[in-house]
Design a protein around this ligand. Structure first.
Ligand code: HEC
Length: 383
Protein backbone atom coordinates (compact mmCIF):
# COMPACT_ATOMS: atom_id res chain seq x y z
CA UNK A 1 0.00 0.00 0.00
CA UNK A 2 2.57 2.54 1.03
CA UNK A 3 6.29 2.57 1.03
CA UNK A 4 7.58 3.41 4.44
CA UNK A 5 10.83 5.23 4.90
CA UNK A 6 12.22 5.69 8.36
CA UNK A 7 13.21 9.28 8.93
CA UNK A 8 14.69 11.05 11.88
CA UNK A 9 12.23 13.46 13.49
CA UNK A 10 14.59 14.82 16.10
CA UNK A 11 16.16 14.24 19.48
CA UNK A 12 14.31 14.35 22.78
CA UNK A 13 15.75 14.98 26.19
CA UNK A 14 13.99 14.27 29.49
CA UNK A 15 14.66 16.14 32.71
CA UNK A 16 13.44 15.28 36.16
CA UNK A 17 12.46 18.75 37.35
CA UNK A 18 11.18 22.03 35.89
CA UNK A 19 14.23 23.97 37.01
CA UNK A 20 16.44 21.84 34.74
CA UNK A 21 13.99 22.30 31.88
CA UNK A 22 14.15 26.08 32.29
CA UNK A 23 17.93 26.02 32.22
CA UNK A 24 17.93 23.67 29.25
CA UNK A 25 15.51 25.94 27.35
CA UNK A 26 17.77 28.92 27.98
CA UNK A 27 20.80 26.95 26.79
CA UNK A 28 19.00 25.73 23.65
CA UNK A 29 18.04 29.30 22.75
CA UNK A 30 21.56 30.50 23.45
CA UNK A 31 22.98 27.77 21.27
CA UNK A 32 20.83 29.12 18.43
CA UNK A 33 18.28 26.36 17.86
CA UNK A 34 14.96 27.46 16.37
CA UNK A 35 12.95 24.30 15.64
CA UNK A 36 12.47 22.90 19.09
CA UNK A 37 9.77 22.75 21.72
CA UNK A 38 9.48 22.15 25.45
CA UNK A 39 7.01 19.76 27.04
CA UNK A 40 5.73 19.64 30.59
CA UNK A 41 2.66 18.23 32.32
CA UNK A 42 1.64 21.66 33.55
CA UNK A 43 2.42 25.31 32.66
CA UNK A 44 5.77 26.41 34.02
CA UNK A 45 6.29 30.03 35.01
CA UNK A 46 9.08 31.67 33.09
CA UNK A 47 9.27 29.01 30.38
CA UNK A 48 7.92 31.36 27.71
CA UNK A 49 10.55 33.90 28.65
CA UNK A 50 13.30 31.27 28.78
CA UNK A 51 12.31 30.09 25.28
CA UNK A 52 12.08 33.73 24.14
CA UNK A 53 8.65 33.00 22.66
CA UNK A 54 7.03 35.84 20.77
CA UNK A 55 3.40 36.74 21.15
CA UNK A 56 1.10 34.53 19.08
CA UNK A 57 -0.40 35.96 15.87
CA UNK A 58 -3.75 34.36 16.59
CA UNK A 59 -5.17 37.68 17.84
CA UNK A 60 -4.52 39.23 14.43
CA UNK A 61 -6.44 36.39 12.76
CA UNK A 62 -9.38 37.03 15.10
CA UNK A 63 -9.28 40.78 14.48
CA UNK A 64 -9.14 40.51 10.69
CA UNK A 65 -11.83 37.83 10.53
CA UNK A 66 -14.10 39.76 12.92
CA UNK A 67 -13.77 42.95 10.89
CA UNK A 68 -14.42 40.96 7.71
CA UNK A 69 -17.62 39.55 9.22
CA UNK A 70 -18.81 42.99 10.30
CA UNK A 71 -18.05 44.52 6.89
CA UNK A 72 -19.77 41.71 5.00
CA UNK A 73 -22.88 42.07 7.14
CA UNK A 74 -23.10 45.83 6.64
CA UNK A 75 -22.66 45.43 2.88
CA UNK A 76 -25.21 42.62 2.79
CA UNK A 77 -27.78 44.51 4.88
CA UNK A 78 -27.29 47.67 2.82
CA UNK A 79 -27.57 45.80 -0.47
CA UNK A 80 -30.68 43.80 0.43
CA UNK A 81 -32.55 46.65 2.17
CA UNK A 82 -31.51 49.59 0.01
CA UNK A 83 -30.67 48.17 -3.44
CA UNK A 84 -32.13 44.78 -4.19
CA UNK A 85 -35.44 45.11 -2.34
CA UNK A 86 -35.87 48.65 -1.03
CA UNK A 87 -38.51 48.48 1.65
CA UNK A 88 -39.45 51.31 3.97
CA UNK A 89 -40.12 49.87 7.41
CA UNK A 90 -41.80 52.00 10.05
CA UNK A 91 -40.90 55.18 8.15
CA UNK A 92 -37.20 54.63 8.76
CA UNK A 93 -34.58 55.41 6.11
CA UNK A 94 -33.64 52.48 3.86
CA UNK A 95 -30.21 52.24 5.44
CA UNK A 96 -31.36 52.20 9.07
CA UNK A 97 -28.03 51.28 10.61
CA UNK A 98 -29.08 51.01 14.29
CA UNK A 99 -31.16 47.96 13.40
CA UNK A 100 -28.08 46.27 11.91
CA UNK A 101 -26.04 46.59 15.10
CA UNK A 102 -27.10 43.27 16.69
CA UNK A 103 -26.48 41.37 13.44
CA UNK A 104 -23.15 43.08 12.88
CA UNK A 105 -22.14 42.08 16.37
CA UNK A 106 -23.22 38.48 15.78
CA UNK A 107 -21.31 38.23 12.50
CA UNK A 108 -18.19 39.74 14.09
CA UNK A 109 -18.28 37.11 16.82
CA UNK A 110 -19.13 34.28 14.42
CA UNK A 111 -16.37 35.06 11.93
CA UNK A 112 -13.85 35.80 14.68
CA UNK A 113 -14.56 32.61 16.62
CA UNK A 114 -14.75 30.22 13.66
CA UNK A 115 -11.61 31.63 12.02
CA UNK A 116 -9.68 31.52 15.27
CA UNK A 117 -10.49 27.86 15.84
CA UNK A 118 -9.87 26.97 12.18
CA UNK A 119 -6.55 28.81 12.10
CA UNK A 120 -5.54 27.16 15.35
CA UNK A 121 -6.26 23.70 13.98
CA UNK A 122 -4.92 24.28 10.47
CA UNK A 123 -1.92 26.52 11.00
CA UNK A 124 -0.80 25.97 14.57
CA UNK A 125 -1.69 22.28 14.90
CA UNK A 126 -0.94 21.53 11.26
CA UNK A 127 -4.18 19.91 10.11
CA UNK A 128 -4.86 17.80 8.03
CA UNK A 129 -1.92 16.10 9.71
CA UNK A 130 -3.59 14.07 12.44
CA UNK A 131 -0.65 12.46 14.14
CA UNK A 132 2.73 13.55 15.29
CA UNK A 133 6.02 11.65 15.41
CA UNK A 134 6.20 12.26 19.13
CA UNK A 135 2.87 10.53 19.73
CA UNK A 136 3.18 7.04 21.13
CA UNK A 137 6.75 7.66 22.34
CA UNK A 138 7.86 6.97 25.89
CA UNK A 139 8.99 10.61 25.95
CA UNK A 140 5.45 11.84 25.37
CA UNK A 141 4.04 9.51 28.03
CA UNK A 142 6.55 10.86 30.51
CA UNK A 143 6.04 14.58 29.79
CA UNK A 144 2.30 14.08 30.00
CA UNK A 145 2.75 12.72 33.50
CA UNK A 146 5.75 13.74 35.60
CA UNK A 147 8.59 14.48 33.18
CA UNK A 148 9.92 17.67 31.65
CA UNK A 149 11.34 17.54 28.18
CA UNK A 150 12.79 19.27 25.17
CA UNK A 151 12.71 18.03 21.60
CA UNK A 152 14.95 19.51 18.90
CA UNK A 153 13.79 18.77 15.37
CA UNK A 154 16.11 17.44 12.69
CA UNK A 155 14.98 20.16 10.31
CA UNK A 156 16.73 22.79 12.43
CA UNK A 157 19.64 24.35 10.58
CA UNK A 158 21.98 23.82 13.52
CA UNK A 159 20.90 20.20 13.94
CA UNK A 160 23.60 17.59 13.83
CA UNK A 161 22.82 14.12 15.06
CA UNK A 162 25.97 13.68 17.09
CA UNK A 163 26.56 17.19 18.31
CA UNK A 164 22.97 17.89 19.28
CA UNK A 165 22.78 14.61 21.16
CA UNK A 166 25.93 15.45 23.11
CA UNK A 167 24.74 18.97 23.73
CA UNK A 168 21.50 17.70 25.26
CA UNK A 169 23.25 15.09 27.36
CA UNK A 170 25.54 17.79 28.76
CA UNK A 171 22.52 19.77 29.90
CA UNK A 172 21.87 17.14 32.54
CA UNK A 173 19.16 15.18 30.78
CA UNK A 174 18.06 11.92 32.32
CA UNK A 175 17.50 10.33 28.98
CA UNK A 176 18.26 11.45 25.42
CA UNK A 177 16.63 9.61 22.53
CA UNK A 178 16.43 9.75 18.75
CA UNK A 179 12.86 9.76 17.45
CA UNK A 180 12.09 8.28 14.05
CA UNK A 181 8.90 8.31 12.02
CA UNK A 182 7.59 6.58 8.89
CA UNK A 183 7.33 8.85 5.91
CA UNK A 184 4.71 7.57 3.54
CA UNK A 185 4.44 8.39 -0.10
CA UNK A 186 0.76 8.16 -0.92
CA UNK A 187 -0.45 7.95 -4.50
CA UNK A 188 -3.71 9.48 -5.76
CA UNK A 189 -5.30 6.09 -6.42
CA UNK A 190 -4.82 5.05 -2.84
CA UNK A 191 -6.76 8.00 -1.47
CA UNK A 192 -9.37 9.69 -3.65
CA UNK A 193 -10.04 6.76 -5.96
CA UNK A 194 -10.07 4.16 -3.21
CA UNK A 195 -13.35 2.21 -3.64
CA UNK A 196 -13.91 2.31 0.11
CA UNK A 197 -13.60 6.09 0.10
CA UNK A 198 -15.97 6.46 -2.85
CA UNK A 199 -18.48 4.06 -1.26
CA UNK A 200 -18.34 6.03 1.96
CA UNK A 201 -19.01 9.31 0.11
CA UNK A 202 -21.96 7.79 -1.76
CA UNK A 203 -23.42 6.29 1.41
CA UNK A 204 -23.08 9.59 3.27
CA UNK A 205 -24.70 11.47 0.37
CA UNK A 206 -27.61 9.04 0.22
CA UNK A 207 -28.13 9.05 3.96
CA UNK A 208 -27.99 12.80 4.30
CA UNK A 209 -30.38 13.38 1.39
CA UNK A 210 -32.78 10.81 2.78
CA UNK A 211 -32.60 12.41 6.23
CA UNK A 212 -33.13 15.88 4.76
CA UNK A 213 -36.04 14.70 2.66
CA UNK A 214 -37.72 12.89 5.54
CA UNK A 215 -37.09 15.76 7.93
CA UNK A 216 -38.32 18.58 5.71
CA UNK A 217 -41.07 16.84 3.76
CA UNK A 218 -42.42 14.26 6.13
CA UNK A 219 -41.58 14.88 9.76
CA UNK A 220 -42.26 18.61 9.66
CA UNK A 221 -45.75 17.90 8.36
CA UNK A 222 -46.69 15.43 11.06
CA UNK A 223 -49.54 16.90 13.10
CA UNK A 224 -49.18 16.08 16.74
CA UNK A 225 -52.68 17.29 17.69
CA UNK A 226 -54.69 17.21 14.50
CA UNK A 227 -57.98 18.02 16.22
CA UNK A 228 -56.91 21.67 16.30
CA UNK A 229 -56.46 22.24 12.60
CA UNK A 230 -58.41 19.38 11.07
CA UNK A 231 -62.04 20.00 11.95
CA UNK A 232 -65.27 18.61 10.64
CA UNK A 233 -66.33 21.79 8.88
CA UNK A 234 -66.13 23.24 5.43
CA UNK A 235 -63.90 26.22 4.79
CA UNK A 236 -64.81 28.97 2.31
CA UNK A 237 -63.60 28.36 -1.24
CA UNK A 238 -62.96 24.67 -0.60
CA UNK A 239 -64.53 21.66 -2.27
CA UNK A 240 -67.22 19.86 -0.38
CA UNK A 241 -67.84 16.16 -0.81
CA UNK A 242 -71.12 16.53 1.05
CA UNK A 243 -73.12 18.60 -1.43
CA UNK A 244 -73.81 17.16 -4.88
CA UNK A 245 -72.61 20.33 -6.64
CA UNK A 246 -69.31 20.27 -4.68
CA UNK A 247 -69.58 23.86 -3.46
CA UNK A 248 -68.67 24.45 0.16
CA UNK A 249 -70.12 27.97 0.17
CA UNK A 250 -73.92 27.66 0.26
CA UNK A 251 -76.54 30.30 -0.49
CA UNK A 252 -79.17 30.58 2.27
CA UNK A 253 -81.92 28.00 1.94
CA UNK A 254 -84.92 29.57 0.24
CA UNK A 255 -87.59 30.90 2.57
CA UNK A 256 -85.39 30.80 5.68
CA UNK A 257 -83.57 33.43 7.65
CA UNK A 258 -80.32 32.68 9.43
CA UNK A 259 -80.18 33.67 13.06
CA UNK A 260 -79.07 37.28 13.43
CA UNK A 261 -79.26 37.89 9.67
CA UNK A 262 -82.54 39.64 9.14
CA UNK A 263 -82.65 40.49 5.45
CA UNK A 264 -83.72 44.01 4.49
CA UNK A 265 -86.29 43.66 1.81
CA UNK A 266 -87.05 47.33 1.13
CA UNK A 267 -83.72 48.31 -0.32
CA UNK A 268 -84.47 51.04 -2.87
CA UNK A 269 -88.15 50.56 -2.20
CA UNK A 270 -89.01 53.67 -0.27
CA UNK A 271 -92.74 53.23 -0.74
CA UNK A 272 -92.59 49.69 0.64
CA UNK A 273 -90.45 50.75 3.57
CA UNK A 274 -92.84 53.58 4.39
CA UNK A 275 -95.83 51.36 4.15
CA UNK A 276 -94.75 48.20 5.95
CA UNK A 277 -91.92 48.97 8.36
CA UNK A 278 -92.56 49.69 11.98
CA UNK A 279 -90.19 50.58 14.79
CA UNK A 280 -89.74 47.29 16.71
CA UNK A 281 -88.36 49.03 19.81
CA UNK A 282 -90.11 50.77 22.65
CA UNK A 283 -88.88 54.24 23.61
CA UNK A 284 -87.28 53.10 26.85
CA UNK A 285 -84.69 55.20 28.63
CA UNK A 286 -81.95 52.96 27.29
CA UNK A 287 -83.22 53.16 23.71
CA UNK A 288 -83.43 56.95 23.94
CA UNK A 289 -79.88 57.11 25.28
CA UNK A 290 -78.52 54.93 22.49
CA UNK A 291 -80.48 56.95 19.95
CA UNK A 292 -79.10 60.21 21.30
CA UNK A 293 -75.55 58.90 21.37
CA UNK A 294 -75.75 57.61 17.77
CA UNK A 295 -77.57 60.66 16.44
CA UNK A 296 -74.97 62.98 17.95
CA UNK A 297 -72.19 60.80 16.60
CA UNK A 298 -73.41 60.03 13.09
CA UNK A 299 -76.08 62.51 12.15
CA UNK A 300 -75.39 65.75 14.01
CA UNK A 301 -72.36 66.83 11.94
CA UNK A 302 -74.74 67.55 9.03
CA UNK A 303 -78.13 67.69 10.65
CA UNK A 304 -77.17 69.60 13.82
CA UNK A 305 -77.65 68.47 17.41
CA UNK A 306 -81.34 69.35 17.28
CA UNK A 307 -82.01 68.10 13.73
CA UNK A 308 -82.58 71.67 12.59
CA UNK A 309 -79.96 71.53 9.80
CA UNK A 310 -77.39 73.41 11.86
CA UNK A 311 -74.48 71.80 9.97
CA UNK A 312 -71.05 71.99 11.52
CA UNK A 313 -69.37 71.25 8.20
CA UNK A 314 -69.32 74.93 7.20
CA UNK A 315 -70.49 74.42 3.65
CA UNK A 316 -68.09 71.60 2.81
CA UNK A 317 -71.11 69.38 2.32
CA UNK A 318 -74.66 70.10 1.12
CA UNK A 319 -76.74 71.28 4.05
CA UNK A 320 -79.65 68.89 4.63
CA UNK A 321 -83.21 69.97 5.26
CA UNK A 322 -84.38 70.50 8.79
CA UNK A 323 -86.01 67.33 10.11
CA UNK A 324 -88.70 69.55 11.60
CA UNK A 325 -90.38 70.41 8.31
CA UNK A 326 -93.95 69.17 8.02
CA UNK A 327 -93.33 66.48 5.41
CA UNK A 328 -90.63 64.86 7.57
CA UNK A 329 -92.45 65.21 10.85
CA UNK A 330 -95.38 63.37 9.37
CA UNK A 331 -93.26 60.87 7.38
CA UNK A 332 -93.54 57.28 8.61
CA UNK A 333 -90.62 55.59 10.47
CA UNK A 334 -89.95 53.45 7.42
CA UNK A 335 -88.68 56.50 5.52
CA UNK A 336 -86.10 57.23 8.20
CA UNK A 337 -85.02 53.62 8.32
CA UNK A 338 -84.67 53.51 4.57
CA UNK A 339 -82.68 56.78 4.45
CA UNK A 340 -80.30 55.69 7.23
CA UNK A 341 -79.85 52.26 5.63
CA UNK A 342 -79.40 53.29 2.01
CA UNK A 343 -78.55 56.99 2.16
CA UNK A 344 -80.52 59.59 0.31
CA UNK A 345 -80.35 60.83 -3.26
CA UNK A 346 -76.68 60.14 -3.51
CA UNK A 347 -75.93 63.04 -1.18
CA UNK A 348 -76.38 61.54 2.25
CA UNK A 349 -74.31 58.35 2.55
CA UNK A 350 -75.56 54.96 3.70
CA UNK A 351 -74.99 54.18 7.36
CA UNK A 352 -75.78 50.47 7.05
CA UNK A 353 -72.21 49.51 7.82
CA UNK A 354 -71.65 51.79 10.79
CA UNK A 355 -74.97 51.54 12.58
CA UNK A 356 -76.51 48.17 13.55
CA UNK A 357 -80.18 47.60 12.82
CA UNK A 358 -81.53 48.16 16.33
CA UNK A 359 -79.50 51.30 16.78
CA UNK A 360 -81.05 52.74 13.62
CA UNK A 361 -84.48 52.32 15.22
CA UNK A 362 -83.17 53.91 18.41
CA UNK A 363 -81.99 56.92 16.39
CA UNK A 364 -85.47 57.20 14.92
CA UNK A 365 -87.03 57.29 18.40
CA UNK A 366 -84.57 60.04 19.31
CA UNK A 367 -85.44 62.05 16.17
CA UNK A 368 -89.11 61.66 17.07
CA UNK A 369 -88.37 63.05 20.52
CA UNK A 370 -86.51 66.01 18.99
CA UNK A 371 -89.44 66.65 16.65
CA UNK A 372 -92.00 66.39 19.43
CA UNK A 373 -89.99 68.86 21.49
CA UNK A 374 -90.37 71.44 18.74
CA UNK A 375 -93.76 70.47 17.28
CA UNK A 376 -95.98 69.27 20.09
CA UNK A 377 -99.26 67.96 18.77
CA UNK A 378 -98.20 67.25 15.20
CA UNK A 379 -96.22 64.06 15.92
CA UNK A 380 -99.32 62.39 17.22
CA UNK A 381 -100.85 62.74 13.76
CA UNK A 382 -97.89 60.92 12.17
CA UNK A 383 -98.56 57.80 14.12
C1 HEC B 1 -72.66 63.95 5.61
C2 HEC B 1 -73.80 64.70 5.97
C3 HEC B 1 -74.98 63.93 6.49
C4 HEC B 1 -75.03 63.08 7.54
C5 HEC B 1 -73.88 62.69 8.46
C6 HEC B 1 -76.36 62.64 7.66
N1 HEC B 1 -77.13 63.19 6.71
FE1 HEC B 1 -79.10 62.97 6.50
N2 HEC B 1 -79.05 64.18 4.90
C7 HEC B 1 -77.95 64.81 4.40
C8 HEC B 1 -78.30 65.60 3.25
C9 HEC B 1 -77.34 66.50 2.47
C10 HEC B 1 -79.65 65.39 3.06
C11 HEC B 1 -80.52 66.02 1.96
C12 HEC B 1 -80.44 65.19 0.73
C13 HEC B 1 -81.33 65.78 -0.35
O1 HEC B 1 -82.27 66.43 0.00
O2 HEC B 1 -80.96 65.53 -1.49
C14 HEC B 1 -80.08 64.50 4.09
C15 HEC B 1 -81.38 64.09 4.24
C16 HEC B 1 -81.83 63.36 5.32
C17 HEC B 1 -83.21 63.06 5.57
C18 HEC B 1 -84.38 63.55 4.74
C19 HEC B 1 -84.71 62.63 3.65
C20 HEC B 1 -85.89 63.17 2.88
O3 HEC B 1 -86.76 62.40 2.54
O4 HEC B 1 -85.91 64.40 2.68
C21 HEC B 1 -83.26 62.34 6.70
C22 HEC B 1 -84.49 61.77 7.40
C23 HEC B 1 -81.91 62.18 7.17
N3 HEC B 1 -81.08 62.83 6.31
C24 HEC B 1 -81.58 61.50 8.31
C25 HEC B 1 -80.28 61.34 8.72
C26 HEC B 1 -79.90 60.54 9.85
C27 HEC B 1 -80.87 59.81 10.77
C28 HEC B 1 -78.57 60.60 9.93
C29 HEC B 1 -77.70 59.92 10.95
C30 HEC B 1 -77.75 58.48 10.88
C31 HEC B 1 -78.11 61.44 8.86
N4 HEC B 1 -79.15 61.85 8.11
C32 HEC B 1 -76.80 61.74 8.65
C33 HEC B 1 -76.71 64.77 4.90
C34 HEC B 1 -76.31 63.99 5.98
Amino acid sequence: MSSGIRRLYGITALFDNPEKLLNAARAVVKEGYKDYDSYSPYPIHGLDAAMKLKRSYIGVVTLVAGLTGATLLVIFAWWTNSVDYPLVIGGKPLFAWPSYVPLTFEMTVLFGAVSTVTALLAVWLGLPRNSHPLHETEFMKKVADDGFGIAIESKDKKFDEKQTKEFLENLGAEKVELVYYEARELTLGETVLDPKFITAIVVVALLSSAATYLGLNQMLLIRPWSSLNVQAKVLPETKSAFYPDGFAMRPPVKGTVARGQMPYRYANDLAGAEKYMQNPLLPTKHVMEVGKRDFNTYCSPCHGYFADADSRLQGQFPVPPSLHIDSLVTAPDGLYYEVITNGYQGVMPSYARQIPRDERWAIIWYIRALQQAQNPGEVAEAK
